[in-house]
Design a protein around this ligand. Structure first.
Ligand code: SAH
Length: 362
């Protein structure tokens, strides 16, 4: 008969200490376990050689460390690598390693699917399947850091994979706390960027967090009418309210809020849009990141040509707004923004991979 097991992947250092103490062992062994899991990528209790043998045996008996399993990985011609990961319940998620931007970056998911239904995003087409747990969010970083050999190096995290991080607030913040622990990966929150459609109450709450990541807002339009059509949550939290919240957000002296702006040909890419964007961002310590649409079958928009993107960027720059154009990475393997989708188990991973390879040649 299966006994209920404690999944240590869900625990903070303090909780690990308590779990170990509950087994009658000194609490500091909890911190050692955290170091094994995160800094060294070890998940077998038998391999945790500085723990007493008796404790290792007890742990093996009553605890697990659930770790996302690597179903497949694909590397793009630009070095971007997409990892298809399988969770304990069989659900799949994707996480992406983007090398040398100039930093090393991991793009991590916070949900299976997403409830936000943005009109140009493939993940949004899946709907929300479920939230990820803190252990599953931090577990992606654990797996990628060790698969890429970067556990001891400096890397950044962007919460820009599948899902809306602020819709899964507690698990996301708990994961960031676990990852920040200096006895594990020691990931400073300044190295983390959280991207959101703009869930206002959650942004207000984020503003009070001791471990605050950088904030990126998926703006994407300059009128409420256009934004509501592209990002449906705008019907609840409109542009004025969202930008007011950004004005109040405590941005540290050298930091800025990033405003992501997906560029859709003929929809939001005019000079008038650019001028309206300048006005909207007035008084906010921000910068704009233009994301020319990553096209995919099922997305009913086109990517504007480069000249159009440049003209838009120039209007912003001329008005003193910092702007960059996101270079799409991993488009040939569908690892780019908005292209992360997992088709709910209807196909085998091998079949999906074959499909993806096929469509990238098409
Ligand atoms: N839910 C979060 C994270 C999503 S992904 C958010 O909405 O911010 C990160 C960024 O990619 C978002 O700005 C999202 O709007 C954008 N994106 C989604 N689909 C895209 C596509 N097809 N092409 C370019 N960017 C896209």
């Amino acid at each position: 008969m299966d006994r209920p097991q404690t999944n240590l992947a869900e625990l903070t250092a303090a909780e690990l200490e308590a779990a170990v103490a509950a087994l009658g062992a000194p609490a500091f062994h909890g911190r050692q376990i955290l170091t094994w899991m995160y800094a060294r990528g070890v998940t077998r209790f038998a391999d945790m050689t500085d723990l007493p043998a008796a404790l290792r045996a007890r742990l093996a008996d009553c605890c697990t460390i659930a770790t996302p399993a690597l179903d497949s990985r694909q590397t793009s011609s630009d070095g971007t690598t997409k990892f298809l990961l399988r969770l304990a319940d069989g659900r799949q998620i994707e996480a992406v390693y983007i090398p040398d931007t100039p930093a090393q970056t991991f793009c991590i998911s916070t949900q299976v699917g997403c409830a936000m239904a943005c009109a140009f995003c493939l993940t949004g087409k899946m709907g929300l399947v479920r939230h990820l747990t803190a252990g599953e969010i931090a577990g992606q970083v654990r797996v990628l850091a060790h698969e890429t050999g970067l556990a001891a190096a400096t890397f950044n995290i962007v919460l820009m994979g599948m899902g809306e991080p602020l819709h899964n607030y507690d698990a996301t913040m708990k994961a960031l706390g676990i990852l920040a622990d200096s006895r594990g990966l020691g990931l400073h929150p300044k190295r983390v960027t959280l991207s959101t459609v703009g869930l206002l109450p959650a942004i207000e709450k984020l503003a009070t967090e001791p471990l605050m990541p950088n904030l990126a807002i998926s703006l994407h339009a300059t009128t409420d009418e256009a934004r509501s059509a592209l990002v449906p949550i705008n019907k609840r939290y409109d542009l004025t309210a969202l930008l007011d919240a950004c004005r109040r957000f405590p941005v540290s002296r050298r930091a800025r809020i990033t405003f992501e702006y997906v560029m859709l040909a003929g929809v939001n890419d005019s000079r008038d849009d650019a001028r309206r964007l300048v006005r909207l961002l007035h008084g906010i310590r921000g910068k704009v990141n233009l994301l020319p649409l990553n096209e995919a079958p099922g997305i009913p928009f086109r990517r504007p040509d480069e000249a159009r993107v440049d003209a838009f960027a120039r209007v912003l720059a001329e008005h003193g707004v910092r702007v960059s154009v996101r270079k799409s990475r991993g488009r040939d393997i569908r690892a780019a923004c908005g292209q992360l989708i997992v088709e709910g188990g209807r196909k085998s991973p091998g079949q999906r991979l074959a499909d993806q390879l096929h469509s990238s040649r098409a």
